[in-house]
Design a protein. Structure first.
Length: 146
């Protein structure tokens, strides 16, 4: 606070001794010490308050930055979810349209994927007994005997 050297301090002490006198000098020095201590505590309290305010301001800035980043992430996630939702809805409507337009005829035989493509093709090319007017068991045995 004050930049006082030893020689300046000695000059101040001699002047104080002459002005105040030797009887009152110890009491005045004690009072000055108490006042100087209070001044130092006050200055330290002010410094601490200023440091706290600076830290609070930094925390407020950090909080604002963090909240902005969180809002940005939330917006990005929301946009992505909406995009995926619209794609799912679009795909679902396309599948529903295809399902309504491509109805499977009831008379076509069902093909079993376990038999493979060639067996299914052979099965599909054979006429069924149910569609043959002479499809009863007796007429089939006559065909095999002939």
């Amino acid at each position: 606070m004050f930049d006082v050297g030893f020689s300046e301090l000695m000059v101040i002490a001699v002047v104080a001794l002459i002005v105040i006198g030797p009887e009152r000098l110890p009491r005045v020095a004690r009072t000055m010490g108490h006042l100087f201590g209070r001044l130092q505590r006050y200055v330290n309290d002010v410094k601490a308050d200023i440091n706290r305010e600076i830290e609070l301001e930094e925390l407020r800035k950090f909080k604002t930055t963090f909240e902005d980043a969180a809002r940005g992430i939330e917006t990005g996630v929301s946009t992505t979810v909406n995009s995926v939702q619209s794609e799912v809805t679009k795909t679902e409507s396309e599948l529903n349209t295809l399902a309504q337009g491509a109805e499977v005829p009831a008379s076509s035989p069902e093909l079993d994927p376990a038999f493979g493509a060639t067996a299914n093709a052979a099965q599909a090319s054979q006429p069924e007994a149910a569609t043959d007017p002479k499809g009863d068991a007796a007429s089939r045995s006559e065909k095999t005997a002939a």
